[in-house]
Design a protein around this ligand. Sequence first.
Ligand code: NDP
Ligand code: X2W
Length: 342
Amino acid sequence: MKAAIIGATGYGGAELIRLIQHHPYLELGTLVSTSQTGPVARVYPHLSHIDRSFEGLHVDELCANNDLIFLATPPGVSSEWTPLLAERGKIVIDLSGDFRLDRPEVYQAWYGKQPAPANWLRRAVYGLSEWFGEEVKEAQIISNPGCYPTATLLALLPLLQAKAIDPSTIIIDAKSGVSGAGRGLKQAMLFGEVNENLRPYKVDGHQHIPEIERFASFVAGQEIRVNFVPHLVPMNRGILVTIYAKRMNNYSIDDLSEIYQNHYQKASFIRLRQQEWPETKQVQGSNYCDIAWHIDERTHQVIVLSAIDNLMKGAAGQAIQNANLRLGWPEESGLTFSPLFP
Ligand SMILES: NC(=O)C1=CN([C@@H]2O[C@H](COP(=O)(O)OP(=O)(O)OC[C@H]3O[C@@H](n4cnc5c(N)ncnc54)[C@H](OP(=O)(O)O)[C@@H]3O)[C@@H](O)[C@H]2O)C=CC1
Ligand SMILES: CC(=O)N[C@@H](CCC(=O)OP(=O)(O)O)C(=O)O
């Protein structure tokens, strides 16, 4: 199966190239760039062993030469291209936020971009693989989750489903490495401004809030609002979220362990850590999500920690996991390598 990448010059695109190159069933198809032509090595010297070039975006040619199309493009791009590709029968996996929200006005409010038409939004399946894998198997448009929502929802959903926490008390404290912001030049991402700095941002509203609330509400069966504050950390890769919520129904730490074990017993990429706290270094370069939990018996507060690599489980790794599910291959195909350590 040939897989094209639109946005192949970005960080998500480069990670997809790396993963597809080692995939047992996928082959690199067209590598689309709207700004670059010429060899991949000119943009990414670390990929100089890959004898391929970037090409412009020509829809008919792209669809004729590829089976599967990944979009790793900024917000507002996929909403335009996905309908054209899907109408030509292609499977589309979108790494951007364009198809994660079901209501166009909500997308417009949080992303400030023109949304895809509502009927197209409804056709997309949310690719949080461990929760919606059965739907992904049948989907033509797979909307890959955001990096923060992936780390957050994987930790939060089992507790919401089990009614182990009070849904009105959820606080999500999140931290990300700089690759989460993409490869584009931005003054705020200069070494001198990021190094030795810990920066909260979008405290007054991050675009991942409605995505987290949509799927938390769906699983809990009630409308949920969360507090979410992201921080930029001077490291390349990784996300760590710490979630706080009030315990309900007097659940014990053993009950929480049982909830997580029951839910994730068959999930190859979820590593449940008991009394060992997740760290970004322990998942770096891999598709794992490490989750641990604790109850403060004095305050009745549940504390859950979750770590992923934002470019892997938070983007390209999960996109490949979804391609595997969709195409009927073992879910782990091309993703079984261990984290890079140290
Ligand atoms: N970085 C991360 O950790 C994560 C990113 N995401 C999402 O994935 C998507 C890609 O992210 P990332 O790789 O980091 O971003 P980058 O900024 O690194 O790359 C985006 C790429 O999109 C291409 N592009 C820009 N404008 C257009 C356009 N109008 N039409 C077609 N292609 C265009 C650019 O390539 P060129 O100019 O060569 O065409 C660019 O290389 C984004 O939506 C992001 O929000 C999701 C989860 C995690
Ligand atoms: C560190 C950093 O800047 N991270 C980005 C991650 C967003 C992202 O990946 O975009 P989607 O909305 O498409 O998921 C941010 O917080 O905006």
